[in-house]
Structures are given as structure tokens and as C-alpha cells.
Ligand binder design. Structure first.
Ligand SMILES: NC(=O)c1ccc[n+]([C@@H]2O[C@H](COP(=O)([O-])OP(=O)(O)OC[C@H]3O[C@@H](n4cnc5c(N)ncnc54)[C@H](O)[C@@H]3O)[C@@H](O)[C@H]2O)c1
Length: 260
């Protein structure tokens, strides 16, 4: 099995539609032992979703912006496992006024919140887990939405994803000496809670079908989860600092070939 015996920390499970839920399910099916994290009051929802996994895992509380939470999670992993083989960072947040076409008027505090939660947090989590991973190496995977171009509506979340791409490269630089790989999966649009909070998301998702060479199902995070599992596995042992597009090929196409 692809992830046999791997001990993985999976953040970002909120509902069974969450990308991280699909990763958690596949990871268990592929032989991994996993722990989930939940955020604030939504931790109860994460617990409910966890019960729908093949082998319901425990849920640890984690606000990724709170250093003490990261320390507590690391301490818990240390006492349970002593080591960690991989981490999925599937966390993003932008305040309402940082999204939806308000780019020119977004207050700096809202842009900063988006950056801290969605990009800086990859560094915070990686640094917090380093003591558990540096003995035998491992893999860190984050979730991206192609930030090489500007999108309608995505605004400061798009800027934060550009920062995330850069953070991942710097982490790859600094953690490679410990045998730790850092990669991102740039996913096409998927109908999750985070997506619902982006006004105009449906329009963007509809446009996908007219451009992507492969069929793209916004209700199926399976292809994205498969790529994350690959990046968490030893099959990707020569890959770091990479952005793997799992978007039906949309990123490679300049203009639609057919009507959506
Ligand atoms: N849905 C899409 O179309 C899409 C496309 C590309 C990339 N992504 C990325 O995938 C990742 C997962 O999102 P999703 O679409 O599965 O949505 P989701 O709403 O299911 O997951 C987002 C998660 O972020 C967590 N979170 C927010 N603030 C947090 C904080 N301070 N501390 C800890 N956790 C926090 C939430 O609790 C939630 O579990 C995000 O990085 C998102 O940007 C999503």
C-alpha cells in the first residue's frame, strides 16, 4: 500500500466535502495512521466528519495562528507516535472584505489576516513539526489555487496563494537537509465550505469545464486526494519545491476550445 505505516497529521477536515477529508480517507485506505486537527468551534464538526472515515481518528484542536496550539499538537504527536512522516496543510481563510472584487478597498488588516492564515501558517506548522520529522525525513503538502495569474473574485486570497507558493519553495530550501520535502497541489475548483464563502465561485467553476482538457467534477476531490497521497508517499522522494496541478489541465490552456 502507498502509505503503509506512515504517521500523518491532516489539517483542514471540516465536512465530508473537504479536500482534507478525501485525503484522510485515502490515506487510511492506503495503510496510514492519521490524526486530524479541527479549528475553534468547528472542531465539533470535524469530529462528526471523522466518524465517517473508515477508522475514525482522534481530532486535536489547532488554530494555526496560535503558536501554543502548534506546540500542544507537536507534544501530543510526540507522546503518541514519537515521530511524524507527513503533514497536510489544507487551511485557508480570508475575511469577507478581502474577497469578491473588493481588491482596491480591502483594509490592510484583512489582507494581513488572509496572508497569515493561508500562507505564513505553512511555515508555522512546518517549523512546529520539524523536531518530529527531522530524524527520518518526511513530506509536507499544502493546498494551492494557481497563483501565477490573477482571477476574478479571488483578490487577497489569490495574493496569499502566491505567498504560499513562495513559502513552500523557501521551506523546501531549508528543510531539504533534513530529508523533508515540501510540495503543493494546485487544485481546480471544488465545492467545499471554503469555496462557498467565495462570492462568484460558481461562475469560476462553470468556466472550468469549457477550458480543461479533462472532464472536471467540482464535487469530486478524489483526483486531488490521489495526488496529495502520492506527494506524501515515498514514490515522490525526489520531488520538492514543486507545484503539482490537479485541475483537469486547465492551467496549460490559453483559451477555451469549446463553449462551456
Ligand atoms: N475548494 C477549492 O476549490 C479549492 C481549490 C484549490 C485549493 N483549495 C485549498 O484547499 C484547502 C482546503 O480547503 P477546502 O476547499 O477543502 O475547504 P474547507 O472549508 O473544507 O477547509 C478549509 C479548512 O481551513 C480551516 N481553517 C481556517 N482557518 C483556520 C485556522 N486559523 N486554523 C486552523 N484551521 C483553519 C477550516 O477549519 C477548514 O477545515 C485550502 O487551502 C483551500 O484554499 C481549495
Amino acid at each position: 500500500m502507498l502509505l503503509e505505516g506512515k504517521k500523518l497529521l491532516i489539517t483542514g477536515v471540516l465536512t465530508p466535502q473537504s479536500i482534507a477529508f478525501a485525503v484522510a480517507k485515502l490515506a487510511q485506505e492506503q495503510g496510514a495512521e492519521i490524526l486530524l486537527t479541527g479549528f475553534g468551534r468547528a472542531t465539533a464538526l470535524t469530529g462528526k466528519s471523522a466518524k465517517r472515515l473508515p477508522d475514525p481518528p482522534d481530532v486535536l484542536e489547532l488554530d494555526v495562528n496560535d503558536e501554543s496550539h502548534i506546540e500542544t499538537v507537536a507534544g501530543e504527536l510526540e507522546s503518541r507516535w514519537g515521530v511524524l512522516d507527513g503533514v497536510l496543510h489544507a487551511i485557508a481563510f480570508a475575511p469577507e472584505d478581502a474577497l469578491g472584487g473588493n481588491f482596491l478597498n480591502t483594509p490592510p488588516a484583512s489582507a494581513t489576516t488572509a496572508f497569515q492564515t493561508s500562507a505564513f501558517s505553512l511555515k508555522a506548522l512546518a517549523a512546529g513539526m520539524l523536531p518530529l520529522m527531522k530524524e527520518r525525513g518526511g513530506a509536507i503538502v499544502g493546498m494551492d489555487f494557481d497563483a501565477s495569474v490573477a482571477w476574478p473574485i479571488y483578490d487577497w486570497m489569490g495574493v496569499s496563494k502566491a505567498a504560499l507558493e513562495s513559502v513552500a519553495r523557501y521551506l523546501a530550501r531549508d528543510l531539504g537537509a533534513h530529508g523533508i520535502r515540501v510540495n503543493l497541489v494546485s487544485a481546480g475548483p471544488l465545492k467545499t465550505m471554503a469555496a462557498k464563502s467565495i462570492p462568484g465561485f460558481d461562475g469560476l467553476a462553470a468556466a472550468w469545464d469549457g477550458v480543461a482538457p479533462l472532464a472536471w467534477d467540482t464535487s469530486d476531490p478524489g483526483p486531488v486526494a490521489a495526488a496529495v497521497a502520492f506527494l506524501l508517499s515515498d514514490y515522490s522522494r525526489g520531488i520538492t519545491g514543486e507545484i503539482l496541478h490537479v485541475d483537469g489541465g486547465y492551467h496549460a490552456i490559453g483559451a477555451p476550445a469549446r463553449q462551456a
